[in-house]
Design a protein around this ligand. Sequence first.
Ligand code: BGC
Length: 577
Amino acid sequence: SLTCAPLRTLLGEPLNLERHWVRPELLLVLPWSFVSGFRADPLRCCSAAVTMAGGPVVNTGGGKDYPGKLTMFVLFACIVAATGGLIFGYDIGISGGVTSMNPFLMKFFPGVYHKEQEAERNQSNQYCKFDSQLLTMFTSSLYLAALVASFFAATVTRVAGRKWSMFAGGVTFLVGAALNGAAKNVLMLILGRVLLGIGVGFANQSVPVYLSEMAPARLRGMLNIGFQLMVTIGILCANLINYGTAKIKGGWGWRVSLALAAVPAGIIAIGALFLPDTPNSLIDRGYTEDAKKMLRRVRGTDDIEEEYSDLVAASEESKLVSHPWRNILQRRYRPQLTFAIAIPFFQQLTGINVIMFYAPVLFKTLGFADDASLMSAVITGLVNVFATFVSIVTVDRLGRRKLFLQGGTQMLACQIVVGSLIGAKFGFTGVADIPKGYAAFVVLFICAYVAGFAWSWGPLGWLVPSEIFPLEIRSAGQSITVSMNMLCTFIIAQAFLPMLCRFKFMLFFFFGAWVVVMTLFVAFFLPETKNVPIEEMVLVWKAHWYWGRFIRDEDVHVGGADVEMRSNGKVQAAKLP
Ligand code: BGC
């Protein structure tokens, strides 16, 4: 059965997206159209129910609804797995604070320290005072290591199961933390960071996929965002720890900050040992009986036959694919590949890590004293955690698209305000005395920007990639996402200080322009994925006005049945298996 109300523009004229999307005036109509209820989402307008003779009903609007509930077992497993996000978060939060501690700079980067002192004495250009490639290399070496590690992690995740990938991540991170805490020279420091990076590569590769596979479809968003929540908690803890250790008189506070990374590492390494593997992964590795038992346990019901046979079908299909890396390049995976690359790329181009890594440096630039700048970083950290809860409670109801579009708009508005406020005071010379009230105002808008990110691109940047790949390319696809994320994080970390020095306050407008691009991209190209079972996602792509053309009808299999779909919204039918 099919109900398909045509999309309409503001003027009420039916909108044919394939014909209209290149028209420039649409860009003007678009923001209003969202408000007035237009959606570039074919699933909402064409809610199709595909009935397979004698079989279940596949509703591409809402997805198949398998029996089962959210069991304590799943909830607990997901909480433990999500702690993998702590190591990533701790690391993001710790580097900015440590690199603004004078004893740390004096020991490892004396050149930067002297430049900073001089800038303070001369009241010279505030935009350029911390510009050192070696110092940024300390921050960003981790991301290069994570980039490479995620490719190895793909194999471990697929062959040995998700939990061993998490375990490997925790253990490597632990060694890195020890090396960093004991560092005597820059080499030890950077070597430690490389190990931390390998840990992050493994954890970020396996945790989001684990969560998305364990969760029942209708709660997948909520449970997956547990990962991002842990990332934000990690960042906040790191900020608080820096705040405390910066006060240590002996000048060794930075050692405590770096060594304490061992705590989150220990949590995920030990936690992973107790985690069950996902039914999807068990089936894929040939443990079919264990998988059945596990599925009963995680869904809290014996009525799992339907979901089980769909998982088996997905796994059998995935067995036909012997080279996930080569296969992911096939035309039929073009939509997933595009998002595996685009989502992390855009997530980083929101400019969030400028705030996360450099909040203390940035606030110092704004004229806060040492202590106040760490305090402001704590404030943004708190906003980051609390705003993440907004997405946890809304993501499976409102859907991914609405959060992306709202968050993008909010970030853009804040970037314009912050850029203008800083520009008005510092101008291009970078010399100014900023009154306290004024600086507080800037911090307020930075917080609103962080909140916008924390309920949109932050969590969705990990959730969406983890749920869109079919099983046969899931590990490979997730590696592409992780490595792209790390690559862009590396570039931004490395380029921020030189960019601040050259672009000055215009830097905020630079990232703002990217937010416009990514918001439009989501509006046109991202289908809604809420509530759709993970092994049925192909139906969503097939029904999309643009991506549908990349997927041949014979490539659409769900639960062993061939489903024939036409994305022009006219005919949808199913063939018997
Ligand atoms: C991003 C990080 C970012 C963090 C902030 C994550 O989703 O991948 O780069 O620092 O969110 O909360």
